[in-house]
Design a protein around this ligand. Sequence first.
Ligand code: HEM
Length: 157
Amino acid sequence: MTAPNVPTLYEWLGGIEALLRLTTRFYQRVPDDPVLKPIFEHMGVDHPAHVAAFLAEVLGGPQDYSSRYGGHPEMIRHHLNRHLSNEQRKAWLALLLDTADELRLPDDPEFRSALVGYLEWGTRLAVINSQPGATVDVHAPMPKWGWGEVKGPYRPE
Ligand code: HEM
């Protein structure tokens, strides 16, 4: 159970508006990254908004990705047979975190460690689901991420 007065990670980072800024800027920067550029050459214009909606739901925000876009099974489906490598995963993660710094998303240790925890998990799952033979579990539940061991945001004194 969530303790009273502890914001969700979604609330703490600034909600959907902040996530849209993050994903929009991230995919603007992708073409400048030689490792990531070829992977996203054919992505649709809605891709940044879909990833923002997915992250919002995982981090405790509205459940729009589930109600509008098909939930976790649909996200997995997008990664099937992409043959993503660990090198590509690390480039994705590094660029996302660098973009979070560029946009001045909250950088307190509590928030960033929780965010990195989810992104480490999520990017590794994307790589696993992109390998030959991976299949979609149509009942895969949406992951939910909270503050973890730190139990809440940084508060002075
Ligand atoms: C936490 C990590 C991740 C999340 C939440 C995520 C989320 C998503 C979502 C929601 C989509 C569907 C977008 C749409 O509907 O257009 C998608 C597609 C995709 N993702 Fe990810 N992803 C993650 C990690 C990665 C990583 C690490 C890579 C590659 C290094 C990757 C590569 C792709 C590709 C290639 C597509 C399809 C793009 C296209 O439509 O051409 N993803 N991802």
